[in-house]
Design a protein around this ligand. Structure first.
Ligand SMILES: *Cc1c(COP(=O)(O)O)cnc(C)c1O
Length: 409
């Protein structure tokens, strides 16, 4: 008899975005003529930039010839891309990484979910709250999160990030083995300063903890002094893994490519205290369970680093950030309390008059036909907030804001 992994049964049945879709659909059935604008889902909308498309065509043509055909590539990615990553994402920030420390992936979600396989099931985990749900759910699946009561997992330490603490998580007083950090943050759109990030690195080094750092939104950083990588902090190589993705950087949500950095100095201990390098374990894991990202996707990613690619990607990001800027200004003018949106494509808004996240979601949907994401879907500290995304067209976002203004009056 095949016995099921019962940890999966602990996961809540409802997936946040499916719940939202259900409510939006119910609304549409009742109001078939309504034109609903979604400022909810975290997917990009602008097309791939020309440099990327050109590289993909070229790679496809190569694959059509006997000489240019590529079958299985190296599991950890082609050197042409890994070299471009080192040269463009790290060297200019004074970070010297070895090519073997870069593992090209098919998007950051899989690796942020998979990396926890390398550590024992009984490690404790700490997350900033609210949070990208993948970090917790992937730990639930292996039995590390405990059981859930009132939206909280018993073995997860939640570090609240709210307006009250300026969205800066407190360094834990107790030891935690593994910490997930995501900056610029999804869902709050807030960032971390070098000083604050240094505190985390020092905490991890002192407590022999592992930091899993999600930098999926680093390309949205506008302020010069905000770190793009945790390796800008001295000592981070000994305590942190970093995840990157081209999904939000260059509209690769459908192309699929990103990379994970696992420094060679990074180790975890056995019960007897022996230090085991995680770079080698991750290499071993990837060779066993992953057969690489497609050649075409990797050539597409490489094109982002060409002079034309860089310029085009910057323009698209500028387009979304222009949306964020207009949204922030309008929502502030209407008297809403809003955060983020300056170095990230997300705006985190406190719901007015203390209404709950879902309650506000519904009144906005019915009152202005605009969809937001209820903050509580990202964790207990998200209650009383909603998230707006800036991934829309200028026209639709302006229309949504105009409706919001009319609705509030
Ligand atoms: C979108 C996103 C990612 C990227 O996921 P991909 O699998 O690369 O598309 C990673 N982390 C966070 C927090 C995200 O919001």
């Amino acid at each position: 008899m095949a016995l099921v992994n019962e940890h999966f049964l602990k996961l809540p049945d409802n997936y946040l975005f499916a719940d939202i879709a259900k409510k939006v659909n119910a609304f549409k059935v009742m109001h078939p003529k309504a034109d609903v604008i979604s400022l909810g889902i975290g997917d990009v909308t602008q097309p791939l930039c020309p440099a990327v498309v050109e590289a993909m065509h070229k790679a496809a043509d190569e694959m059509a010839t006997a000489e240019g055909f590529r079958g299985y590539g190296p599991e950890q990615g082609y050197d042409f891309l890994r070299e471009a990553i080192l040269k463009n994402d790290f060297l200019p920030r004074g970070i010297h990484l070895d090519i073997d420390e870069i593992f090209v992936n098919d998007g950051a979600k899989s690796d942020t979910g998979n990396f926890q396989e390398l550590i024992r099931w009984d490690n404790s985990i700490g997350v900033t709250d609210p949070i990208y749900p993948v970090y917790i759910d992937s730990n639930v699946m292996i039995g590390r999160a405990g059981t859930v009561t009132g939206g909280r997992w018993t073995n997860v330490m939640y570090m609240p990030c709210t307006a009250e603490n300026g969205f800066v998580p407190r360094i834990p007083e107790h030891r935690v083995d593994v910490i997930y950090l995501c900056y610029p943050n999804n869902p709050t759109g807030t960032v971390i300063t070098k000083t604050e990030l240094r505190k985390w690195v020092n905490y991890a080094l002192r407590n022999d903890a592992l930091i899993l750092y999600d930098a999926a939104y680093q390309a949205y950083i506008q302020d010069d002094d905000i770190p793009h990588s945790i390796y800008e902090i001295r000592g981070a190589r000994r305590c942190a893994v970093e995840f990157h993705s081209y999904s939000k950087t260059a509209g690769f949500t459908g192309v699929r490519c990103g990379y994970t950095v696992v420094p060679k100095e990074l180790t975890a201990a056995t019960l007897t205290g022996e230090r085991i390098p995680l770079n080698h374990l991750w290499y071993r894991r990837q060779c066993t369970k992953f057969n690489g990202t497609s050649y075409i996707s990797q050539r597409a990613a490489e094109a982002i680093y060409s002079p034309a690619g860089k310029e085009q990607v910057k323009q698209t990001i500028g387009y979304y950030m222009q949306n964020a800027c207009v949204m922030l200004a309008t929502l502030r003018r209407l008297g809403f309390e809003v955060y983020g949106g300056e170095n990230a494509p997300y705006i985190w808004m406190r719901t007015p008059c203390g209404s709950g996240s879902w309650q506000f979601f519904e009144s906005l949907l019915y009152g202005a036909n605009v969809v937001c994401t209820p903050g509580v879907g990202f964790g207990p500290s998200g209650e009383g907030y909603v998230r707006f995304t800036a991934f829309g067209s200028h026209e639709r976002i302006e229309e949504a804001l105009a409706r919001l203004e009319k609705w509030t009056k």
